[in-house]
Design a protein around this ligand. Structure first.
Ligand code: FAD
Length: 306
């Protein structure tokens, strides 16, 4: 079975390479605009589409991936599940008459058949599906990527593909980067998240301080996003971002199922909550029962010494 895999310059790309190589008999990779991207010494073919500006544009991305798809004719087009891929890949799969699966937590090959697993009902159940219609487009949840897997070493066969911008009905007027100087939760290795237990918007400054101390990004529960304390791009969870950091510190977050779905890919979860029976503690590796306004300043003080 042949796979065409979209590699983006995120912290997950090494993991995705290893994952794809371990699954498919034949695999080729492509990137868009990442001329400086460091490639591991893999044996599989790599297509590097040299687009000057690597930022997302639905028309350009659709055209680039469509051309590569026609050229390579894969059985599976594999990419990570995030907002821009969710934006243009469903349309592309329609145009190629390929089946489409998002939020996939596992891809498996057995007796030449392709199986996928995906969560249902906010993770309460998971469905095992046999893919009957190929080709197919699969969006894999980054939290599904295993941490350690050996990859097939070899001499990279990189093929550069020039890209010429063309007229499109969509024009980018301006790019709003509200979190330009801050770390983004979708790629952060450490996240400090705040919930309603932080009391008010101003108290997120305390979380910013803790995040700064340990080089983490700041996230939030939906309750505080809905209250207008922080912008939506900081929301972790089912209707926010699914995160997979090495360390997730939940401060004043109760641990509703919709929030827990978003952090199931985290390696270590630390919860700070004054209610010892808060559900977040059931999913935490470490729990601190107490007031965030006492514990967080103490943590900042101790961690600043390190
Ligand atoms: C369709 C749907 C989708 C949703 N999607 C999401 C989503 O993507 N992400 C998400 O987060 N939620 C989501 N929700 C909302 C979710 O159900 C919860 O309402 C929300 O997560 C609660 O946020 P919270 O934990 O901040 O607030 P609360 O549930 O109010 O919890 C606050 C916690 O803070 C603790 N606390 C209070 N004061 C202190 C203090 N001083 N020190 C320490 N602890 C303190 C309390 O003990 C409590 O446990 C969704 C809901 C629905 C219906």
């Amino acid at each position: 079975m042949k796979a065409l895999v979209f590699i983006e310059s995120s912290s997950d790309y090494f993991k995705l390479i290893r994952y794809a190589q371990s699954l498919f008999e034949e695999v080729c990779f492509f990137t868009i605009g990442s001329e400086d991207m460091l490639w591991p010494d893999i044996s599989s073919p790599i297509f590097r589409v040299l687009k000057k500006d690597s930022s997302y544009h639905p028309c350009y991305f659709s055209k680039i991936v469509s051309d590569l798809y026609d050229q390579e004719k894969p059985d599976v087009l594999l990419a990570l599940d995030h907002s821009s891929n969710r934006d243009f890949l469903p349309g592309l799969s329609m145009s190629k008459k390929a089946s489409f699966f998002s939020d996939v937590s596992e891809v498996r090959l057995q007796d030449h058949s392709l199986f996928i697993q995906k969560p249902l009902y906010t993770g309460k159940l998971s469905a095992q599906l046999k893919v009957l219609q190929k080709p197919c487009v699969i969006l894999l949840n980054p939290s599904a990527l295993p941490l350690t897997q050996k990859y097939e070493k070899g001499t990279p066969q990189i093929q550069d593909i020039p890209f010429e911008p063309f007229d499109t009905p969509i024009k980018k007027i301006t790019r709003v980067q509200s979190s330009q100087v801050k770390k983004q939760i979708n790629s952060a290795e450490k996240i400090v998240s705040g919930g309603r237990g932080m009391g008010e918007a101003k108290n997120f400054e305390l979380l910013e301080k803790l995040a700064e101390t340990i080089s983490a990004a700041v996230g939030a529960s939906r309750a505080v996003v809905d209250a207008g304390w922080v912008p939506h791009h900081m929301q972790v969870g089912q209707t926010g971002t699914l995160v997979s950091p090495k360390l997730y510190i939940a401060c004043g977050i109760s641990g509703a199922i919709q929030h827990l779905v978003g952090i199931q890919g985290a390696q270590v979860i630390v919860a700070i909550n004054k209610d010892a029976s808060a559900p977040i503690f059931k999913k935490s590796n470490y729990g601190l029962v107490g007031d965030v306004f006492e514990i967080i300043p103490a943590l900042i003080k101790e961690l600043s010494k390190a």
